[in-house]
Design a binder for this molecule. Structure first.
Ligand code: SF4
Length: 593
C-alpha cells in the first residue's frame, strides 16, 4: 500500500511505499492519519496552507471483510484546535483502498479552486472554478456525471468560506460522522472535492482461501444471529440509527431545549419506528454490508439520506422540534450548505436559550422551522448573527455573554445524550482527544439506556463502581481506536470480536497481528493523539465538562436532581491510563513536509 503526498500549492504528487511495521504499529484509517500528522508535526493554525488533511483507509477496507468500508479524515480541527478525525461510510473508502492508496496527505493551497481525482492510475489536481459557490450535493452529482463510476466527497459554500462548523458530504449525504470543521480545512486549501474513481480490479490478495471462506461463514452467522444487525429482524436494520432516540427518550436521557431538560413528551414521533411509517423511502447500505441501516427519506419536497440519530437529537429534540419531515429537510439543507448538522442544530439550541434569556435582541422561540432554515443559511453565508453561529455552540454562548449556555467540551458540542442521565457518556466526551462530538453508536457499551436494545453495556450485570467506569472507558477508547484503524463500521463491533478482526487482517493483509498487538495499536494511536494535543497546547486540565452538566441539576423526570461530576473519575482514569512516548515508533513512516 502507498501514501500520496499532494501539495496543492504546486499541484505536485509524490508517492511513498508504506512499511509493514508502520501498519502493525498504527494500522490504517484513523491510526495512520494520526501517526502521519505526528511524524510530520505542524503546529501552525489549522487553516494555514501547510496544515495537513489526511484521507485514509483502515487495514480491512477494500477487502471482502463485512462492514469494512470507512473513509477516515484526520486533521487539526479549526473548531477545537485539537487533533480530530472523522469516519464516514458508504463507498468512498472502498474506492480509495482499491486504488492502492492507504492515505492521501494533502498540504498547501491551490491558486484556483480545485478538486482531486484519485484512481488506479494516480492522482490529478483539476481546476474547479466552475464549481465555485455550488452546494455540496450538486457538486457531488456534477462530478459523478463527469467521472462516471466514482465516489465524491465535497465541500459546500460553508466550506469554501472556511466557516468553522463546515463539513463535507460523502456521495450527497452521510455527513453525520464528519464533524470538527473538515469542510473549512478543504476551503482553506481551495479544494472543493475529492473524486475517488472506482477501480476496475481492486487489488485484494487472499492468503488462504479455505481459511477465509470459513471466517466469512463465521462472520455471516454472527450477523444473522445479532438482534441488532440481522438484515430482516435486527433493530438497527429495521429502524435505522434513530432507534437510539427511542431508547434515550424512554430513559429520559435525550438532549432537550439546549440540554436544559432530559425528557420531551412525544419523542417517539422522531424515532426509527415513526420514520419507517412516516417518511422512509428506502433502506440503503454501505459497501460490503448486508445490514442496510442507512435511510433514504423525504420531507418538504426533498429526497435525501437521514436524518440519523444524531441529527434527530440536535436539529430535533434539542431544538424542541418533533417533526420528522422538517428535521429531514433541515438535515438536507445542511448537506447542501456543507454545514455539520449536529453542531448547527446544537448551536441553534444555544441561540434559542440565549434569546429566551434576553442575551440576544431577537426573540426566536424554539423549533420554528422557518427560523431554523434562515439561521442555517445565515451560518453558511455569514449573514448577521449567523457569522457568530457558524463558529459553533460554544463560541456563540461566549460571544453573547452567557458561556454557561455552552454544551461543549474543547469547543465542540456534546451530542446525542445528556451526560447527567448517562455519566459514562459525559466522561468519554471529557477525555476524548478531539473534545465533545463523540458519537453514541461508537461507544454504545457506555450507554445505560441501551440495555434495552440488547447492547452488551458495561451496566448490564452489575452496578459498576467509579473505578470500573474509569477503566472501562479507557479500554473502550483503546478498542475503538484499534477498530478505527481497521476501517470497520462501529456497528460491526456489536457482533464481531477482536479475534474476528485479527483473523481477517492476517488473512487479507498478510500481517501477523494478535489481539494483544491490535490493542497495542489502539494504545499507540491514543498516545499519538495526546502528544499532538500537548504540542497544540492541550493537557488533562482541558478534559472538563461544561458547567451546564457539572453544576446544574436535571430539573424533572427520572433523573431529577442529578449532575455529572467527573473529577474523581478523571483522577482514576489517569491512574489507569499511562501513555508511552511514541516518537521511536514513528521512524517507519515517511517524512512528507
Ligand atoms: S451497518 Fe449501516 S452504517 Fe454500518 S456499514 Fe452497514 S449500512 Fe453502513
Amino acid at each position: 500500500m502507498k501514501i500520496a503526498h499532494i501539495d496543492l500549492s504546486d499541484a505536485s504528487v509524490e508517492d511513498f511505499e508504506l512499511d509493514a511495521t508502520a501498519l502493525k504499529l498504527f494500522g490504517g484509517g484513523r491510526g495512520l492519519g494520526v501517526a502521519l500528522l505526528r511524524r510530520n508535526m505542524f503546529d501552525g493554525e489549522p487553516l494555514e496552507p501547510r496544515s495537513p488533511l489526511a484521507f485514509s483507509v483502515g487495514l480491512l477496507v477494500g477487502t471482502p471483510f463485512p462492514l469494512s468500508n470507512r473513509l477516515s479524515m484526520v486533521f487539526r480541527s479549526p473548531l477545537t484546535k485539537t487533533v480530530a478525525w472523522a469516519q464516514t461510510g458508504g463507498y468512498a473508502g472502498s474506492a480509495l483502498a482499491g486504488t492502492g492508496y492507504a492515505a492521501l496527505y494533502i498540504t498547501g493551497r491551490s491558486e484556483k479552486l480545485s478538486y482531486l481525482i484519485v484512481s488506479e492510475n494516480g492522482i490529478k489536481v483539476v481546476e474547479a472554478e466552475n464549481l465555485k459557490g455550488l452546494d455540496a450535493v450538486t457538486t457531488c452529482s456534477v462530478l459523478k456525471s463527469v467521472h462516471g463510476d466514482a465516489r465524491v466527497v465535497a465541500a459546500g459554500p460553508a466550506g469554501e468560506r472556511c466557516v468553522p462548523i463546515a463539513t463535507v458530504v460523502n456521495d450527497m449525504g452521510r455527513s453525520s460522522g464528519v464533524r470538527h470543521g473538515v469542510g473549512a480545512l478543504m476551503g482553506s486549501k481551495n479544494l472543493k472535492a475529492v473524486v475517488f474513481k472506482t477501480p476496475k480490479n481492486p487489488p485484494v490478495v487472499v492468503k488462504d482461501h479455505a481459511w477465509f471462506t470459513k471466517l466469512l461463514k463465521r462472520l455471516q452467522e454472527k450477523l444473522r444471529r445479532s438482534s441488532l444487525l440481522n438484515h430482516d429482524k435486527g433493530l438497527l436494520a429495521l429502524y435505522g440509527t434513530p432507534v437510539a432516540a427511542e431508547a434515550l427518550g424512554r430513559n429520559h436521557a435525550l438532549p432537550v431545549k439546549n440540554y436544559q431538560q432530559t425528557y420531551i413528551e412525544g419523542f417517539e414521533l422522531v424515532g426509527g419506528r415513526a420514520m419507517s411509517s412516516k417518511n422512509l423511502l428506502n433502506r440503503l447500505t454501505c459497501s460490503i454490508c448486508p445490514v442496510s441501516c442507512r435511510r433514504e427519506t423525504t420531507g418538504y419536497g426533498v429526497r435525501t439520506e437521514g436524518p440519523d440519530y444524531a441529527q434527530i437529537s440536535s436539529l430535533g429534540t434539542n431544538c424542541m422540534l418533533l417533526d420528522l419531515e422538517k428535521i429531514t429537510y433541515l438535515t438536507h439543507m445542511c448537506y447542501e450548505l456543507g454545514l455539520d448538522p449536529i453542531e448547527a442544530g446544537n448551536t441553534i439550541a444555544v441561540y434559542s436559550q440565549l434569546s429566551d434569556e434576553g442575551y440576544v435582541r431577537e426573540r426566536i422561540g424554539w423549533g420554528s422551522f422557518e427560523t431554523m432554515k434562515k439561521l442555517l443559511h445565515d451560518m453558511a453565508y455569514g449573514v448577521g448573527d449567523g457569522a457568530v453561529l457558524g463558529r459553533g455552540a460554544h463560541e456563540t454562548a461566549v460571544y453573547f455573554n452567557n458561556p454557561d449556555a455552552s454544551p461543549s467540551v474543547k469547543g465542540i458540542s456534546v451530542q446525542n445524550a445528556d451526560p447527567r442521565a448517562e455519566p459514562a457518556w459525559g466522561f468519554i466526551n471529557a477525555v476524548e482527544s478531539f473534545g465533545g462530538g463523540v458519537h453514541i453508536w461508537v461507544y454504545p457499551r457506555l450507554i445505560r439506556s441501551f440495555d434495552e436494545l440488547n447492547v452488551n453495556t458495561i451496566y448490564q450485570d452489575n452496578s459498576p463502581t467509579e473505578q470500573d467506569i474509569a477503566e472501562k472507558v479507557y479500554l473502550e477508547q483503546v478498542w475503538v481506536a484499534a477498530a478505527d484503524s481497521l476501517g470497520v463500521c462501529a456497528f460491526s463491533r456489536l457482533a464481531f470480536t477482536p479475534t474476528d478482526y485479527v483473523d481477517g487482517v492476517n488473512i487479507l493483509r498478510n500481517l501477523d497481528l494478535t489481539v494483544e498487538t491490535l490493542m497495542d495499536m489502539g494504545k499507540n494511536i491514543l498516545a499519538a493523539e495526546r502528544e499532538l494535543n500537548n504540542l497544540y497546547g492541550f493537557d488533562s486540565t482541558h478534559d472538563r465538562l461544561p458547567r451546564k452538566f457539572t453544576e446544574v441539576e436535571v430539573p424533572s423526570g427520572k433523573h431529577a436532581g442529578k449532575k455529572c461530576e467527573i473529577s474523581r473519575l478523571l483522577s482514576l482514569y489517569y491512574m489507569t491510563r499511562k501513555d508511552q512516548p511514541i516518537s521511536k515508533l514513528l521512524s517507519s513512516l515517511p517524512r512528507l513536509s
